[in-house]
Design a protein. Structure first.
Length: 448
């Protein structure tokens, strides 16, 4: 117990240490506590109060899988800096948790098994295991307390893909610093190693070639298609401009801005449609545009199918949300200024993240049919694959999304590892009359 003295007859002999290699045979973990026989009456009262306060807040212990998971989280944060030879923080020592003597005595067999597991694991992997002495049921036990695992050992213990990733990163860091003077900055080199981790060897070579070319040539005002570098294609340069510029030693490549976004939409007003004029239209962001009428209701749909077939809504326009980003919509006055702007997308993690982006731009007033109640009603039509056929799996939710509580609940549910249902329901799976009624209800409430 922290702060209490150990009676003389329970102290370790001179020369006894707390840290041992895994070859020792510890039995369990935690700081020493005095024997009950050595406690005074006041000490007994404090001891009982202390133990009672801990029963409701039991501290758990870590098993080898927990430690490996912790090490992997640390590797994620620092591996690229290690590969680039940049300074990085690393804590070698990992504590294994602690238990009171009462807790140990209550489940002695379970914790003895835990201790033997740690002893064997550390010994088999040449890991330094720190033990501490603790009194348990009137006996003195040596219990696992911490392991010491340097960075290189962590890479070895966690295993693939980390050894391969680190080796590839070191090879690429050497190529970067050999061919590009700007990459001698360790922070920039680490960034380049991290951002190109999943790139093919061909794309990485293209990065080296492009950065070298831009360090010696000026392409101000040109489009990516007008940059004459062998093997370069415009889409690659569009997505890699920032890294190429940094490695070329420039603040910017000063290329021509990308083409403005085009917003595609469908008129929904019944009176207008009775005139027989065009139903589908488009608007280039930033350009002058005369709409057939000023909308008061905007429905932003994730998928085109829902836009082109949506039923009639007075003063309504349905807009394709897949293609133009939230910023383009925010720059479009007739969308931004409408009285009722509603977003309707697939019930999956991506759809809810897109909703969060639109709301963060101050565009969307409401979402539609994107909550747990709707999910439960239509989940039998769901799927566990994305639009490209890739399996959808659990992952960590993105933090800070601009979602309402009911939307956030659905988002976290769909990403949870224990979620048993489908992780995606396409918006088209919801009957059109249900969606139509939901939009009319939202439009009516906005008009009040």
């Amino acid at each position: 117990m922290v702060g209490s003295r150990v009676p003389a007859h329970h102290r370790r002999p001179d020369g006894q240490v707390r840290c041992a290699r895994a070859a020792h045979e510890p039995v369990l973990t935690r700081d020493e506590e005095p024997d009950d026989e050595a406690l005074t009456g006041a000490d007994h009262q404090r001891r009982r109060a202390h133990d009672g306060s801990r029963r409701g807040a039991r501290m758990s212990t870590k098993n080898p899988a927990d430690v490996l998971a912790l090490l992997e989280r640390r590797l994620v944060k620092v591996w690229s800096r290690a590969a680039a030879g940049a300074p990085f923080p690393w804590e070698d020592r990992v504590t294994l948790g602690s238990l009171t003597s009462t807790e140990l005595a209550r489940n002695l067999h379970q914790h003895a098994t835990w201790a033997r597991t740690w002893t064997a694991w550390a010994s088999e992997r040449s890991v330094a295991l720190e033990v501490r002495t603790q009194r348990v049921a009137g006996t003195t036990q040596q219990l696992p307390y911490a392991v010491t695992i340097p960075f290189t050992d962590a890479v070895r213990l966690v295993g693939e893909p980390w050894p391969t990733r680190l080796e590839r990163g070191r090879h690429r860091a050497a190529a970067l610093t050999d061919r590009l003077p700007a990459a001698c900055n360790p922070d920039l080199c680490a960034r380049a190693v991290r951002e190109t981790d999943t790139w093919t060897a061909l794309d990485f070579e293209l990065l080296l070639t492009s950065a070298d070319w831009f360090s010696r040539n000026d392409a101000t005002g040109k489009t990516p298609r007008q940059v004459h570098i062998e093997g370069l294609h415009a889409k690659w340069l569009n997505t890699s401009q920032s890294l190429v510029a940094a490695l070329a030693g420039r603040d910017s490549l000063n290329l021509a801005p990308p083409h403005p976004s085009v917003i595609h939409f469908t008129y929904l007003d019944p009176d207008y449609l009775e005139s027989g004029r065009r139903r589908h239209d488009s608007h280039t962001v930033g350009d002058a545009h005369a709409l057939a009428y000023t909308p008061s209701v905007i429905l932003i749909c994730e998928n085109k199918d829902s836009v082109v077939t949506f039923p009639r809504v007075p003063a309504g326009i349905a807009v394709e949300g897949n293609g133009a980003g939230a910023g383009a919509f925010a720059a479009t006055p007739w969308i931004r200024d409408a009285a009722c702007v509603v977003y309707w997308g697939d019930m999956d993690a991506d759809g809810l993240q897109i909703l969060g982006q639109f709301r963060a731009q101050g565009i969307v007033h409401h979402s539609m049919l994107m909550n747990v109640e709707t999910y439960n009603r239509y989940q039998r039509w769901g799927t566990n694959h994305d639009k490209n056929g890739r399996p959808l799996t659990a992952r960590e939710p993105r933090q800070g999304l601009a979602l309402e509580p009911v939307e956030l609940t659905l988002y976290e549910t769909l990403l949870a590892a224990e979620h048993p249902g489908p992780r995606r329901i396409e918006q088209e799976r919801i009957p059109e009359d249900i969606a139509h009624a939901a939009l009319l209800k939202l439009a009516a409430s906005a008009a009040v």
